[in-house]
Design a protein around this ligand. Structure first.
Ligand code: DER
Length: 259
C-alpha cells in the first residue's frame, strides 16, 4: 500500500466516528484532506446529516467550501464534538508534532476545544520521542525582529543540539533543508532575507521558525512553557496531551490507540 493509501485508510476510519449533527474540526494536510473528502461524500449520500465544519486553515476552508460542507467558526461554536487531523510525529504518549504545513495556530485553537481529537497517520509518523524524526518542529512567531526570536529559540534548546531556521516560501513545509539559518553573529531587526527567498507567511500573517533537534528535548511541558514565554512567539507545533484517539494505518493493518 502506498503512503497515501494508508493515509486514506486512517482518514476513513476516523470519519466513522463522526455522527449526524456534529460540529467537526476539519484538519489540514494530505491525510486530513481524505477525511474532509469522505465527510463530504457521506453528506452527499445522505449517510451523514447536519454536519457543521470548522476549518483549521484557509486551504481546508477552500476545500470544504468546494465540496459543499456547511462551515462555521469558533465564534459560533466555541466547543466542538470532534476534530480530525494529521500529525508530523507521534510519540508513545500520543504527544504530537504538527505544523509542517504551516497551520499549527488555527489547528491548536480548534483542536484544543473539541471533545474528541482524532489524529490520523500512516505508520511513518511514529517516533520514539518528539523531535526524533530530525525534521522540523515549527514555531509560529511575529515577523518583527524574527532573527532575535529565532536566536532565543535556538539557545533555549542548545542541550538538544537545536538549529533554528526561518521557513521560506521555497521550503514552505519545513521539510527541505532550505530556509535561512539565523546568523548568530549580527542581528538587525530587518525583516528582509539576506540569502534571497521570501519568508513563508502563515494564514495569520506570521512567520514560522523550524527547530531541528539532534538530541531528545527532555521535559516537553517545560519546553512548551519556555517557548511560549518568549514575547515574540505566537504558538508552537507540539500538541501535548491533546489527542484523545490516534489511528495508525500500516501495512499490517490499522491500530487505534485511545488516551
Ligand atoms: O501541518 C500540519 O499540522 C499537518 O496536519 C501535518 O501535521 C500532517 O500533514 P500530512 O497529513 O500532510 O502528513
Amino acid at each position: 500500500l502506498t503512503q497515501d493509501e494508508l493515509k486514506r485508510i486512517a482518514a476513513y476510519k476516523a470519519v466513522e466516528m463522526v455522527e449526524s449533527g456534529m460540529v467537526v474540526g476539519l484538519g489540514t494536510g494530505s491525510t486530513a484532506k481524505h477525511a474532509v473528502d469522505r465527510i463530504a461524500e457521506l453528506l452527499h449520500k445522505g449517510k451523514l446529516k447536519k454536519i457543521i465544519g470548522i476549518p483549521t486553515s484557509t486551504k481546508t476552508h477552500k476545500q470544504a467550501l468546494s465540496l459543499g460542507i456547511p462551515l462555521s467558526d469558533l465564534d459560533s461554536h466555541p466547543v466542538l464534538d470532534i476534530a480530525i487531523d494529521g500529525a508530523d510525529e507521534i510519540d508513545p504518549n500520543l504527544n504530537l508534532v504538527k505544523g509542517r504545513g504551516g497551520s499549527l495556530l488555527r489547528e491548536k485553537m480548534v483542536e484544543g476545544v473539541c471533545k474528541k481529537f482524532v489524529v490520523i497517520v500512516d505508520e511513518s509518523k511514529l517516533v520514539k520521542y518528539i523531535g526524533g524524526s530530525g525534521l522540523a518542529m515549527p514555531v509560529e512567531i511575529v515577523p518583527f525582529c524574527w532573527k532575535f526570536t529565532a536566536k532565543r529559540l535556538q539557545e533555549l534548546f542548545e542541550h538538544a543540539g537545536c538549529v533554528a531556521k526561518l521557513r521560506t516560501s521555497a521550503s514552505s513545509n519545513g521539510m527541505e533543508n532550505g530556509g535561512y539559518v539565523a546568523k548568530l553573529s549580527t542581528f538587525a531587526c530587518s525583516n528582509g532575507m539576506e540569502n534571497g527567498g521570501l519568508p513563508f507567511v502563515t494564514d495569520n500573517g506570521n512567520y514560522v521558525v523550524d527547530l531541528y533537534f539532534t538530541r531528545d528535548i527532555g521535559d516537553l511541558k517545560a519546553a512548551s512553557d519556555a517557548i511560549l514565554r518568549l514575547a515574540g512567539v505566537v504558538e508552537h507545533g507540539m500538541f501535548l496531551d491533546m489527542a484523545t484517539t490516534v489511528i495508525v494505518a500500516g501495512d499490517r493493518g490499522v491500530t487505534i490507540k485511545n488516551k
